[in-house]
Design a protein around this ligand. Structure first.
Ligand code: UT7
Length: 324
């Protein structure tokens, strides 16, 4: 028994912000952003919160999977930018699509979030607890980006992507691993809320650590090392060689990270599917949004071996080898 992705979906807000638009608000240029990251534009919400993006993706997944909402067993949403502390985005999705028989919750693993969520769904399905799941990564990173910090604001975008998965006797998830290295947590943080208790007369206001804070070079090093090792372990445990891989769907952070990973793994660059030029880094939404585009373009066929792999804050990573 395994877990198979039977449908993919994605949703991005309509407003598109180009590198030249950003050059009007911070000291940057299209040339710098393109050369250092490969990003040309990103979608930025003009008011819709993360739940709206997640709900639109969930509706698309139900339609494409041809499944009634009442038949959904599990909903997991990965996000670092939920609307609320509580309720979870999962519960908000459950209400809006009418999945009255599902259990819903969120997971937090930053840009690896979708990989963690899919891994959890796989365990529930593989062990026979549930038959199917909606798994979504959704973010409005625009609300936790400091729009005056050129070193981070040029990198991120808003969006959501997801997969409908169900139990399968044949094709599906072959091998996967998720991992964490908490000792490095402070090289990439966001969303800090301090414990300044107004009762004790402390001042309230937005803490500077609310915004994305990142040591870009350290994250770059972590990304290349962790993804390469993780992919090598997953391929070895499945006894699959790199040349058997049809496509790799990496976390869409930076084309230079992908170049390093491609060289080290000796998997041709053309096999890495990328859309960060048009969406930027959408954190937990990045892998499912790229996977959905790959699928929509009809580039994968049944039985193809695909690798999904990403890294993120925590620090975290996750890799999955899938037979499509
Ligand atoms: O999902 C995980 C999210 N994070 C990542 O994936 C980040 C991984 N790291 C990276 O992608 C890269 O480190 C960055 C794209 C963030 C930065 O690229 P870099 O080649 O490591 O540049 P740098 O930070 O070393 O900065 C080089 C120069 C600096 O100027 P000086 O000190 O050389 O004068 C920066 O101040 O570029 C400057 N700089 C900029 N210049 C124009 C930084 N941001 C910008 C900008 N426009 N937006």
């Amino acid at each position: 028994m395994t877990t198979r992705i039977i449908a993919t979906g994605a949703y991005a807000p309509g407003q598109v912000i180009t590198n030249n638009d950003l050059a009007k608000i911070v000291d940057t240029s299209d040339e710098w952003i393109t050369q250092r990251t490969g990003i040309k534009e990103r979608h930025i919400s003009s008011g819709d919160n993360t739940s709206v993006l997640a709900i639109n993706t969930a509706k698309q997944l139900l339609e494409r999977a041809g499944v009634e909402a009442e038949s959904v067993d599990l909903i997991i949403v990965a996000s670092v930018t939920p609307d609320y502390g509580t309720p979870s985005l999962g519960c908000m999705v459950q209400k809006e699509i009418g999945a009255v028989n599902a259990v819903a919750f969120d997971v937090t693993a930053a840009c690896s979030g979708f990989m963690f969520a899919l891994s959890i769904a796989d365990k529930y399905i593989r062990t026979g607890v549930y038959n199917n799941a909606i798994v979504i990564g959704a973010e409005t990173l625009s609300k936790i980006v400091d729009w005056s910090d050129r070193s981070t604001c040029v990198l991120f975008g808003d969006g959501a992507g997801g997969a409908f998965v169900e139990k399968s006797e044949t094709d599906g998830i072959i091998k996967e691993e998720i991992g964490t290295k908490g000792e490095l947590y402070d090289i990439l943080t966001e969303g800090y809320t301090s414990c300044s208790n107004a009762f004790n007369g402390n001042e309230s206001g937005t803490d500077p650590l609310w915004y994305v804070n990142m040591n870009g070079r350290e994250v770059f090093k972590f990304a290349t090392k962790s993804v390469v090792k993780s992919v090598e372990r997953v391929l070895a445990s499945a006894d699959v060689s790199p040349d058997e891989i049809a496509y790799v769907v990496p976390h869409q952070a930076n084309v230079r990270i992908v170049e390093v990973i491609s060289n080290k793994l000796k998997i041709p660059y053309e096999k890495f599917y990328m859309n960060m030029d048009r969406y930027g880094n959408t954190s937990s939404a990045s892998i499912p949004m790229a996977l959905n585009e790959l699928n929509e373009r009809g580039l994968v066929k049944r039985g193809d071996k695909i690798l999904l792999t990403g890294f993120g804050g925590g620090m975290t990573w996750g890799t999955m080898l899938v037979s499509w």
